[in-house]
Write a new protein. Structure first.
Length: 388
């Protein structure tokens, strides 16, 4: 019996051909495929600038650096996210804190953010940057978060690792209407893939320039940016301390080819979503609630167990389903419950809603290419498991 994973890539013959074409070309990296992929994503998002990098983790790091995050800065994010959304602040020597989640969307709660900001203002420790995470592909309430950013003076990085292809108030996620920078991930379980890869998009040309510089060692070949006259045609200058966070042309070609299939991927995810909703509405689980402002990319389908309506436990459901070949998963362990974060001083109880979520949530398999027969197997196994 093969394991049905919770997520996986969908690679077509055209995708493969696009990568093969790069392999036969002059440039495996720093060639034309990277800017072509950047243009395609920027055009899709309706945003001015796109900077491709080797992962969303790198994009988050560069986004923080471009916004000036460093020692003495405070960054806030959601506890229900992948560790990378918080680690980026620590890479810069900044302090991280977590805002509890909304009980319906599981995104960073705007009510909790407002309350925490009011307290922080009194205590003189307002955040410099807030990183809302669009969990499962559903946008956070960006208009309100943006207003709060204006009021309290913080910058905003959207972690849209789950969310390319979705919309918020009828505009593509990544438009950056309500944020300074938006970050996407192209890991194979995400909506489109480049193997490993990520991108930061922005409407601010200075931020874009800074991220371009930092992704390639802090080196410039633009004489306008140099501190003194060129020594000759070979000349370049390192004007800041950067990294090698570049995306290869092999990755970019795959990404560009996948972008052509984005709408089809999202439509398939919505078809799977509707079928799950229909069948699961009869089971003792909470379905993923959709905010009316949001059209989700549906990276994940997360249910919550109604623990007072079942005899089995959350853990036993995972064990039974994994044993039956269903690769259920849990997105996510509250970040501050990780030993590394506990070492920074965080304790259980910091975000009670996030901890309740963690005790009940299950991600069911969700990816284009999941067949109806496979989906039926997931539903049958879950139904049986919940009756144990
Ligand atoms: C996957 C993911 C990341 C990291 O993406 P990589 O491309 O693997 O570095 C960051 N944030 C969230 C919310 C993610 O799901």
């Amino acid at each position: 019996m093969t394991m049905i994973p919770y997520g996986r890539q969908d690679v077509s013959e055209a995708d493969i051909q696009a990568v093969v074409d790069v392999l036969r070309s002059d440039f495996l990296t720093q060639g034309p495929a990277v800017p072509a992929f950047e243009s395609a994503v920027a055009a899709h998002c309706g945003v001015q600038h796109a900077v491709a990098v080797n992962s969303a983790t790198s994009a988050l790091h560069l986004a923080c650096l471009a916004l000036g995050v460093g020692p003495g800065f405070r960054v806030w994010t959601s506890p229900i996210t992948f560790v990378a959304s918080a680690n980026c602040a620590l890479y810069c020597g900044a302090q991280i804190d977590f805002v509890d989640i909304d009980p319906r969307t599981y995104n960073l709660s705007v009510a909790c953010l407002e309350a925490k900001l009011a307290q922080a203002e009194k205590a003189g420790c307002l955040p410099h940057v807030v990183i809302p995470v669009h969990l499962c592909g559903q946008s956070c309430e960006m208009a309100r978060i943006h207003e709060l950013g204006r009021q309290y003076g913080f910058k905003i990085i959207e972690d849209a690792s789950h969310a390319i292809g979705g919309t918020y108030r009828s505009e593509p996620i990544g438009s950056c209407r309500y944020s300074d920078i938006t970050v996407f991930s192209f890991h194979p379980v995400k909506i489109i893939t480049t193997g490993e890869g990520g991108m930061a998009v922005t409407n601010d040309s200075q931020l874009a320039k800074q991220m371009q510089l930092l992704r390639s060692h802090g080196i410039t070949r633009d004489t306008g940016e140099m501190t003194r006259e060129s020594d000759g045609p070979w000349y370049y200058q390192q004007i800041t301390l950067g990294f090698n966070y570049r995306m290869t042309d092999l990755q970019a070609a795959l990404g560009l080819s996948q972008m052509k299939r984005l709408n089809e991927f999202i439509a398939q995810r919505h078809a799977i979503f509707r079928r799950y909703d229909e069948w699961l509405s009869r089971m003792p689980v909470v379905l993923p609630w959709q905010h009316p402002d949001s059209y989700s990319g549906l990276h994940l389908y997360v249910i919550r167990l109604k623990r007072n309506e079942i005899r089995t436990t959350h853990r036993a459901v995972f064990e039974s389903m994994r044993a039956a070949g269903i690769g259920v998963n849990l997105h996510y362990i509250p970040v501050y419950r990780q030993p590394y974060y506990e070492g920074l001083g965080f304790n259980a109880g910091h975000c009670p809603e996030a901890e309740r979520y963690y005790a009940e949530a299950i991600s069911l398999p969700m990816y284009p290419g999941l067949t109806e027969a496979e989906q039926d197997r997931v539903l049958n196994v879950l139904d049986k498991t919940l009756q144990e």
